[in-house]
Every structure is written in structure tokens, then in C-alpha cells.
Design a protein around this ligand. Structure first.
Ligand code: ADP
Ligand code: ZN
Length: 739
């Protein structure tokens, strides 16, 4: 027998190996193996088995990794599609479908010593008092870890050995599963009785799950708090009843203990009881190993996780849910540059699973597909219990600023509203789309701005640490005492813009009695920080929570009646055709944090361009209106969803070489892409972020509706051996980040 192996070094080729007698029967399609390659031993995945090979003198496979095949044939097929569509080498696509810890097998199951009571056949002996006390514990528990017993009984291993000698118990080494949520107290929940809109939506999903021959995709468009998660839970229950599993994707940022708990709680007991496995980047390697294998062994039939959980080896899968489907974090920003939502849809089609996309602010792409009838549209237009949507007020900061002069953080309206909440002991969330104390260090005299030497963006001032930091590459510098411009030297160099730190400090001055807490990636460094802060907020130990994106999503606090958005339009002027869409989404999501309890919520949106459609439609909670005007713009300019984009970026340290290569690439592409009648060719042009981490970047953008075909064509004509060695080309299909 011959095994064809895709090795983990990007060669776009597969190699044949012989299967040595010792490994016969252990090598299947999808088996992870280690094989010789030159002098090295390389990991790889078996992609096919054959009787014979066209090559002579095959080397044998060295060893098999793992007891079960790790890449199932279904996942292998999915990986092949990713390689083709996202225009990357199959080895790279294959690499991303297994977690690192599973691929390398550095971690195994954790073994631990257990004490187990043995059935006794003889008359029970009379034990010394101390031994009897220890025995009572063992008898009650039947089995427990030795370490736990020693602690409980305050005894020594010697005492336990004595009981072992009497034949009362045995000590064995067993697998002890790591459970990342072991410390949570999870109370089981029952399905809620659904309101009319929910029931109708669930019915449609369930009936699609009954038609096994036909895969279908749903878009669940429900305002924040409309009960989407309850629909997910009941649809999952239906999948379990049919003997199938489910995968739930959520953005990394909303993988809070709170979210995970809702899923665990529902399936922790009852007749549908099953393990819920969780996959995300904050798990330890050991925890990830255990969670993944629980899925592979079929014990955990529900998987909840971030982007890469779409590759979880659950089988069979009846339902794939993508919550907050519009989120950018579903797109991987390194090869393979896949979009987990789109992979989910493809996997659903391949495995006959129903795919359920959910969002309060669907991406233009998904809503467009729903309008065209490609997806079925399910709508939940109202909040559960008919709670009102919060009242949103847009504050024109141009007016506020001229009155107050200088850099204003809080408009008088927002200040007053915060004041009222403190009086009434209600809570406030203040949202800012930036970290740090101020955006930039700027000299008002000469206009000098401190920029990162490696990236073409301004450095961010962090006041506590008295440093300037680049949020792209992490470069850190000391704050200059005077303007570094030699001709200037102004000692009054100032900080412009607004950061979370500055908001926090200003609050302390304005409302000395209020308890303020900041939540951004600077203050949330440790694993537990996030959980702790949210716990304190929930318990009412914080009056005002200030934060960045971290607090925009999925959180549910009944006592929050005010949300302030400080610089609502800061994302509006990015050179990106999705700038309006992102602003609309962000405002809607953040507003959704207000008024989740009995009191109606209020939202203040502070903006310098208050009449921009993205802001006005968000104010009116009018998604459909926003969609209509936005789709018109996309169609006119042939941006997605009116077309698809491939973004080709050339990177190098020498800008002339990069430019030269980009021109060369342009000519080559023009020669080869004649058959694409609807092709729109833009560039080459400097990337919006011209320089990042010391690399210059130039781009070419291609737009066409026939993206699958374009990907295949690009894979054929690229790579160009003519490109200089120190210039690299990356291809991003359906990019979400154009910078
Ligand atoms: P979404 O996911 O759309 O933001 P959730 O599913 O989180 O909404 O629902 C918001 C709140 O309403 C939750 O506390 C949830 O338990 C509750 N809820 C959802 N559906 C119902 C229902 N049918 N009856 C009563 N409460 C519900
Ligand atoms: Zn930098």
C-alpha cells in the first residue's frame, strides 16, 4: 500500500510513501503522519491511498500521530475547497483545520491517580479510628482523585496504602479531563415558551432540518434582545433529537463565560444531555487537546467556539450556527485567509446541515443573499416582552465644541444624563472606539505628529505609563518633553483626540463620587480580568463602565439605562467601502446595550457628522432603510455584494522594488485575465496603510462576480518567479480589511 501525503511545508505538491508493515491498518485517509523529507522528519496528512505509485524506491512513513484519524474525509474535502477558493496551497489550508496541540501531539490526556473503593467479599474489618475516618470518605464517594482525598481527609499516602493492603481499595492511574469551565456553577435551564415571531422562525428551521436531502441557509435578522439565542438553543435541541450535533460560532470577543454558560446550562441535564465543548484561544494547550478529542470521540456533540471551531470534527452535524455573522473577526487575516461564515455555508452544503446566520445588523452580503432568495430570511423585529428599543439622541459635536472651545469629551447633554443616572443609581456604559489616553501626540505650533517609524500611522499616547505605543506593531517610545521637530522644539506639545484613559480621568474629575472602571485590551491583560470586571458591573459595584469594542457585544445588563458613544463617527472616514456599514453596525450594537431591563434605555451618540446616513438610520433603528441606500452605492460602484473582491498586496522593505513589482504584476495579470468580462482592475496603488511593521505595501484590487474561477486562474499564473526575492505577494479573497 502507498499513502499520498500532503506535507506541512508549502510545496503545493503531495508525496508518495510506502506504509511499513508495522503501520498497516493504521493509515487511512486523514491520518496524521510523520514522514522523512530529505534529512528532516515532517508532519503531514494522508490525502489518498493507492495500490501503487508512479515513483520507485518510496521511503516509508515513520509514525502515525494519534489513535484516531485526525482529519476526517469530510474535513479534508472542506480544506481542499479552502485551498482552491482562497487561493492558497493545500498544505496551508490543511494546517489550519487542526489545532496546533492536536497536530503536534505535544499534549496528551492528563493522567492522575484515583482511589476507588473495591467491593468487599469478606466481613468488613475493624479499622483503627483514623483509617476508619478516611474510609468513610472513600465509601461515600466510591471514587475520587488521590490528591483530593489527601486534602479532604487530612491524611497521608501511607494511611491510604494501608487500606489498599487490606484489599479495600485500589489506586489506579486514569485520565483526568481538564474542564476549562469546571469552576462555574451551572444551573440547568428549560426551554422557554417562544413568542410568535420566535416560534415561526424556529418552525422553519426545524422543517428544513427534516429535509435531509436539501441543505439550506437561513438569515435570522433579529434586533438585539429579540431572543435569537433561545432559537439557537431550541434548534440545537432538535438536532440532538435527530441524533446529530451542532456547531455554534461566536466572535472571539463574545465568547464570555456568560455566553458559554447559556449553552452548557441547557444541555447539562435532561434527556438531551450532552457535553458542550468549547474551543477558543484562551484555553491552555491541555484544555484545548481535551475539548477537541471529546468532540472527535463523539462525546461532546455541541461545539461552541470562535472562527476555527468551524473545523471541529463533529459528525454528523445537523446544524451550524454563526452568531453575529457580520463580525469581521470571522475572517482570518493570515493564510489561509478564510471567512468562517462562508466556510460554514460550504460545510453545511457538503454535510447536508442547516446553516443559521444570526445578527441584529446583518452584513450587506448576507442580507443581499436573503433578499435574492438564496437564503431564507427570518425576522424578529421586536425585543422579547415588547421592551422598547432605546431612544437614541444624536449630539452635534461641532456645536458643542465651538461653545466650549478646545477638545471636548462630553457634550453638556451627555454630562447631564450621566449625572441623572448616578442620582438614580442606574448604570452607564461609555463606548469609545479607541484605546489609549489620546490618539496622537501633536504639536499645535508646527503640526508635528509622532508617527511610528515602522508603520505609517500615528503613535498613541498612554498617560499612565508615560509612553507612546504603536497599535500596529507594538513599538514603544518615551514621550518627548518638547516637540521633536528640530525647527520647532515647542515645549507645549499637546495630546489631541480622546482615548479611554482620558475619558476615565475626565469622569473622575466631573463625578468624583462615581465608581468608574475601564475595560480595554490595556486593562484586560489577564485571563480573569474580563470576567471579574463584568461580574463587578453586574453586581452593581461599578457605576460607569468605559470601554472599547470589548463592551459592544452581546452583554446583557438590566440596570444599564444609559449608553454614551463618544466619537461615533471616528470609523466613518476610513478609506474602505465598508466604513458606513461598520459605523451603522457598531452604533446599533452598542445602543442595544441600553434598556435591557424594565426601564427604557437612552443612548447619546456624539458625532461631528451627525447627518451621515449611517448615523441617522442607526438612530431610527432602521436596518432595512440603511440597507436600501447602502446597496445602491455598492451597486453603482460595483463593490460587494454587487461583485467580489480579490486584493493583491505586494510587500517589501524597498519601496521602489515594491512599486516596480506591482507594475510588473499588473502587466502579467492583464495578459492573463482577458476572459473575465466583468473584471474591474484597480491599481497598483499604495495601500491605505502604506507602511506596516517596516514593510512598504502596494495593492491591486480585482473585482468580478466569478470569484471561484478567478481564484483558480490566479493560482495557475502565480507565483511569478520574476518577483524579487525580498518582495512578497499575498492574495486576499473577499477581504474585510483593505488597509
Ligand atoms: P438576542 O440573542 O437576540 O440578543 P436573547 O436570546 O439573549 O436575545 O434574549 C434576550 C433575553 O430574553 C434573555 O434573557 C432571554 O433569556 C430572554 N428570552 C428570550 N426568549 C424568551 C421568551 N420566549 N420568553 C421569555 N424570555 C425570553
Ligand atoms: Zn508600528
Amino acid at each position: 500500500m502507498i499513502a499520498r501525503v500532503s506535507l506541512e511545508i508549502a510545496l503545493r505538491k503531495e508525496f508518495d510513501y510506502s506504509i511499513p508493515p508495522a503501520l498497516l491498518g493504521q493509515v487511512e485517509i486523514g491520518t496524521r503522519v510523520q514522514a522523512p523529507f530529505g534529512a528532516r522528519k515532517i508532519f503531514g496528512t494522508v490525502t489518498a491511498l493507492a495500490e501503487e505509485s508512479a515513483h520507485a524506491n518510496l521511503k516509508p512513513i515513520l509514525r502515525v500521530v494519534g489513535a484516531q484519524t485526525l482529519v476526517t474525509p469530510k474535513i479534508l474535502k472542506l480544506a481542499r475547497w479552502i485551498g482552491e477558493y482562497y487561493c492558497c496551497a493545500p498544505e496551508i489550508a490543511l494546517k489550519s483545520v487542526l489545532p496546533e496541540v492536536v497536530r503536534k501531539k505535544e499534549e496528551g490526556w492528563k493522567k492522575q491517580l484515583f482511589v476507588r473503593a473495591l467491593p468487599s467479599h469478606e466481613e468488613f474489618p475493624t479499622l483503627p479510628k483514623r483509617q476508619q475516618e478516611v474510609w468513610n470518605i472513600i465509601e461515600e464517594r466510591r471514587e475520587l482523585p488521590l490528591a483530593e482525598l489527601l486534602e479532604l481527609a487530612e491524611t497521608t499516602a501511607a494511611t491510604i496504602r494501608k487500606l489498599e493492603d487490606r484489599g479495600l481499595l485500589e489506586i489506579t492511574s486514569e485520565i483526568s479531563e481538564r474542564d476549562p469551565y469546571a469552576r462555574e456553577h451551572i444551573l440547568p435551564t428549560q426551554p422557554l415558551s417562544l413568542n410568535e415571531a420566535q416560534a415561526k422562525a424556529l418552525e422553519q428551521v426545524k422543517s428544513a432540518m427534516g429535509r435531509s436531502e436539501l441543505a439550506s441557509t437561513f438569515l435570522l435578522h433579529g434586533v438585539t434582545g429579540s431572543g435569537k439565542t433561545e432559537i439557537y438553543l431550541q434548534a440545537i435541541a432538535h438536532a440532538l433529537e435527530q441524533g446529530k450535533g451542532a456547531i455554534v460560532l461566536v466572535p472571539e470577543i463574545s465568547l464570555t463565560p456568560q455566553t458559554v454558560e447559556r449553552f452548557k446550562a441547557r444541555f447539562s441535564s435532561g434527556k438531551l444531555q450532552t457535553l458542550v465543548a468549547v474551543l477558543h484561544s484562551h484555553l491552555s494547550a491541555g484544555e484545548r487537546h481535551d475539548e477537541w478529542h471529546k468532540i472527535r470521540q463523539g462525546r461532546a456533540r455541541i461545539v461552541i467556539g470562535a472562527r476555527s471551531a468551524i473545523f471541529a470534527p463533529a459528525d454528523p452535524v445537523g446544524l451550524i450556527i454563526v452568531d453575529e455573522e457580520h463580525e469581521q473577526t470571522y475572517k482570518q487575516e493570515e493564510a489561509p485567509r478564510y471567512h468562517a461564515r462562508d466556510v460554514a455555508i460550504m460545510r453545511g452544503q457538503m454535510e447536508n446541515a442547516v446553516v443559521l446566520l444570526g445578527s441584529a445588523t446583518p452584513s450587506l452580503e448576507s442580507y443581499h443573499n436573503a433578499k435574492k432568495g438564496k437564503y431564507a430570511l427570518l425576522e424578529l423585529p421586536e425585543r422579547v416582552d415588547n421592551q422598547k428599543m432605546p431612544r437614541v439622541r444624536v449630539v452635534d459635536m461641532r456645536q458643542a465644541a465651538t461653545k466650549e472651545k478646545g477638545n471636548l469629551i462630553f457634550s453638556p447633554q451627555l454630562k447631564e444624563a450621566i449625572h441623572q443616572r448616578i442620582e438614580k443609581q442606574e448604570q452607564t456604559i461609555l463606548f469609545l472606539n479607541r484605546r489609549g489616553w489620546a490618539t496622537a501626540l501633536q504639536c499645535e505650533k508646527c503640526g508635528y505628529v509622532a508617527t511610528c517609524p515602522n508603520c505609517s500611522i500615528s503613535m498613541t499616547y498612554h498617560r499612565m505609563e508615560q509612553k507612546l505605543a504603536c497599535h500596529i506593531c507594538g513599538e514603544v517610545q518615551r514621550v518627548p518633553m518638547v516637540c521633536p521637530n528640530e525647527k520647532c522644539g515647542n515645549p507645549a506639545i499637546r495630546f489631541s483626540g480622546t482615548g479611554t484613559q482620558r475619558v476615565e480621568e475626565t469622569l473622575a474629575k466631573l463625578f468624583p463620587q462615581a465608581r468608574v472602571r475601564r475595560m480595554d485590551s490595556d486593562t484586560m491583560k489577564r485571563k480573569d480580568d474580563y470576567r471579574k470586571t463584568l461580574g463587578d458591573f453586574r453586581a452593581g459595584r461599578i457605576d460607569i463602565l468605559v470601554g472599547t469594542q470589548m463592551i459592544a457585544k452581546g452583554l446583557h445588563f438590566p440596570n444599564v439605562t444609559l449608553v454614551g458613544i463618544i466619537h461615533a463617527d471616528s470609523a466613518l472616514h476610513q478609506p474602505d467601502f465598508r466604513a458606513g456599514e461598520r459605523t451603522f453596525q457598531l452604533l446599533t450594537q452598542v445602543s442595544g446595550r441600553a434598556g435591557r431591563g424594565d426601564v427604557e434605555g437612552e443612548v447619546f451618540v456624539q458625532a461631528f457628522s451627525p447627518f451621515h446616513p449611517a448615523i441617522q438610520y442607526a438612530r431610527r433603528h432602521d436596518y432595512a432603510g440603511f440597507y436600501e441606500q447602502e446597496i445602491e452605492f455598492r451597486e453603482q460602484l460595483k463593490y460587494p455584494p454587487a461583485s467580489r473582491v480579490a486584493l493583491l498586496t505586494l510587500k517589501g522593505r524597498n519601496e521602489d522594488k515594491v512599486k516596480f513589482s506591482a507594475d510588473f504584476l499588473k502587466r502579467e495579470l492583464e495578459k492573463n485575465l482577458g476572459e473575465f468580462k466583468d473584471l474591474i482592475f484597480s491599481g497598483p496603488a499604495p495601500a491605505p496603510l502604506l507602511k506596516a511593521e517596516t514593510f512598504y505595501r502596494h495593492q491591486i484590487m480585482l473585482r468580478t462576480r466569478a470569484m471561484s474561477k478567478l481564484s483558480l486562474t490566479l493560482a495557475k499564473i502565480i507565483p511569478f518567479p520574476q518577483l524579487p526575492e525580498d518582495v512578497t505577494l499575498t492574495i486576499d479573497i473577499d477581504p474585510v480589511n483593505l488597509a
